[in-house]
Design a protein around this ligand. Structure first.
Ligand code: PGA
Length: 256
């Protein structure tokens, strides 16, 4: 399986800055066939960057979209509008869950809308610090995974990627602390066990599972060698060209 290195730019870089960054990134990295590089700029940047991006080297992702395709939904952008512009969409990021109150039901509709519009959803799941301290990690992971996938057929599951992002490890969380490879291995194991239960052993092995939360050049190698981890979702470090390219090169080395 390929490795996936996804840069989540969040609400950073205006159109001009994003375009300059993409230009530099494309100059710096070759076409790594076994590493899928993906960048997720703000919605406003997707159209201009879609004209600039060298798709043989990298792909675009949306950070979010609405689940209805068209209609009276003031202020929203739909997956239908993004079809053709992006290959991927981040769905259910913890910032969407906790700042914008998205629940598993809404996230399930977004996952389905992405697939309907030929966009691969990257479904983010992960427990908070307090959920972990109360021993609820196993249940939270199961609920978010089964909830988010509740509208996905067996036929479509191959289009989905899962990102395990413990909220306590995301750099913007207060007192964030990086996860250890063992902590990641345990939860990725749970994710695959749940997938196996619903979709069977073969599919459980084939769904890419990414890790995200304070990924840096210094820990990327260790995270990428955790059994069952197929890639990284990177926030802060993806905004710094040297760090992001360093992580991409690490992914390439790990693959060899
Ligand atoms: P971080 O963000 O790498 O800055 O911790 C990850 C994310 O929120 O996707």
């Amino acid at each position: 399986m390929k490795s996936y290195i996804v840069g989540n730019w969040k609400l950073n870089f205006n159109v001009g800055e994003a375009s300059i960054y993409l230009h530099k990134l494309q100059k710096k990295i070759p076409n790594y066939r076994d590493v899928e590089v993906v960048v997720a700029p703000t919605a406003l940047c997707l159209q201009p960057l879609s004209l600039q991006i060298e798709r043989s080297k990298m792909k675009l992702a949306a950070q979010n979209a609405f689940y209805r395709d068209f209609g009276a939904y003031t202020g929203e952008i739909s997956f239908a509008e993004l079809a053709g512009l992006v290959n991927y969409a981040i769905v259910g990021h913890s910032e969407r869950r906790y700042i914008f109150h998205e629940d598993d039901k809404m996230i399930a509709k977004k996952v389905a809308a992405a697939i309907r519009n030929k966009i691969r959803p990257i479904l983010c799941i992960g427990e908070t610090e307090s959920e972990r301290s109360f021993g609820e990690t196993r249940d939270v992971i199961r609920d978010q995974l089964l909830g988010g996938l509740s509208e996905v057929s067996e036929e479509d599951i191959s289009k989905v990627l899962i990102a395990y992002e413990p909220v306590w490890a995301i750099s913007s969380t207060k007192d964030a602390k990086p996860a250890t490879p063992d902590e990641i291995a345990e939860v990725v194991g749970l994710i695959r066990a749940n997938l196996k239960e619903i979709y069977g052993a073969k599919i459980a092995e084939e769904v890419p599972v990414l890790f995200g939360g304070s990924v840096k050049p210094t820990n990327a190698g260790a995270y990428l060698t955790v059994p069952g981890v197929n890639g990284l979702l990177i926030g802060g470090a993806s905004l710094i060209l040297e760090q992001f390219t360093d992580i991409i090169e690490t992914a390439k080395r790990v693959k060899q």
